[in-house]
Write a protein that binds this ligand. Structure first.
Ligand code: SF4
Length: 361
């Protein structure tokens, strides 16, 4: 097992050296490191939504969700200044609690994420910070309740106009049965139609697996993208709740292939930092040919020493993430799909992907 470097030893010089070695902007490496380590500050929050502008790219704000009480992190907050060692690397302007709420907007109001099934009460994945969050997300089963949620969300929309929505993602790990999940989605489509919302519905799931379910979604819910919650390819019994672990790695490619053949969009979620690189490469390669969207890759965040113990043994977590980023770029760049910078709060990509600029200069 490699000897781990203490996280507090990470310096700006080391970040720059690794960024150069793996051909990524220093700013991307900084944001990945920030997601790995969190921030040490006086604010006693396990998780918070933080708006950061980096010193070298101040025109582009990034929303990250990190612990603010990570006392061993090399990143420190002094007033509004984000420090790495002695260097001011950015400014933090806004801090909100990361509560599980019923819904929120992204992509400037063109995308919404709904938590309609009490995600905060879902437990079982060893890496999940749910139990650390305050909860304000409801369990909505009736169409009227879903409609009430949209009514409440109109007030938060930048232009008070939900017809702008292009993507509605249902984020919940809490449907244990396929039938319940599918009928919930059919109900959601009906509610959205009542609001003149034609957005594609995306669903994060590991319980929707049968051809019959795919056919029903294609008929009554499409446009629809199935986002398989793969999360990791090894130690699945140890790391995942039973309903997720039940989907073995060997089943995943054909599951996505069948969903795609049924006319659905396909993608998957994956946490970078739990599998060795060889398994990551094998797994992503096997799934890549069956996805229509760029998958959701998240940097692994450990919120306590037990979670830190789940991290794949590595000398330097930042270097591991940069190696993983390069591997994934090699696999996915030819597909033409690219990460959307608004889609994921803990991504491996910020300003560039495989040398291509992702945000306007
Ligand atoms: S399925 Fe797992 S990761 Fe998702 S909310 Fe439930 S416990 Fe957390």
């Amino acid at each position: 097992m490699p000897t781990a470097i203490r996280s507090t030893d990470l310096t700006l010089d080391e970040v720059a050296r690794l960024a150069g070695r793996y051909g990524v902007p220093v700013e991307d490496a900084l944001l990945i490191a920030l997601n790995i380590h969190g921030i040490a500050s006086e604010v006693n929050r396990h998780r918070a939504r933080v708006r950061v502008r980096l010193a070298e790219e101040p025109a582009v704000p990034w929303m990250v969700i990190v612990p603010l009480n990570a006392s061993r992190s090399p990143f420190k907050l002094a007033g509004e200044e984000l420090l790495l060692g002695e260097h001011v690397v950015g400014v933090v302007r806004k801090i909100d609690a990361d509560e599980a709420v019923g819904g929120y907007f992204r992509d400037g109001g063109r995308a919404a994420t709904l938590n309609p099934n009490a995600r905060s009460r879902c437990v079982g994945c060893a890496f999940c910070p749910n139990t650390l969050e305050a909860a304000a997300d409801p369990r909505l089963s009736e169409e009227q309740e879903l409609s009430d949620l949209l009514t409440a969300m109109v007030e938060q929309h930048p232009r008070r106009d939900l017809s702008e929505l292009r993507e509605v993602t249902v984020s919940t790990g809490c449907f244990e049965r396929e039938e319940a999940a599918v009928e919930h989605l059919v109900g959601l489509r009906s509610v959205l139609a009542g609001w003149d919302i034609t957005a594609r519905i995306g669903f994060l799931t590991s319980v929707v697996r049968s051809d019959a379910a795919f056919a029903r979604l294609a008929e009554a819910v499409a446009p629809f993208v199935l986002r398989l919650t793969a999360e990791c390819f090894t130690r699945r019994d140890l790391l995942l709740k039973a309903s997720k672990a039940r989907v073995g790695f060997s089943e995943m490619p054909s599951l996505l292939q069948r969903a795609r053949q049924a006319g659905l969009g396909t993608s998957f979620t994956y946490i970078v930092g739990l599998d060795p690189l060889d398994d990551l490469r094998t797994g992503v390669t096997a799934l890549a040919e069956h996805v229509t969207e760029f998958p959701n890759f998240q940097v692994y965040q450990a919120h306590n020493s037990i979670m830190e113990g789940l991290r794949v043994p590595t000398r330097q977590p930042l270097e591991f993430c940069l190696q993983a980023r390069r591997e994934i770029e090699d696999i996915l760049a030819p597909s033409g799909t690219r990460p959307a910078t608004w889609e994921c709060y803990r991504p491996l990509w910020y300003f560039t992907f495989a040398g291509e600029r992702l945000v306007a200069a």
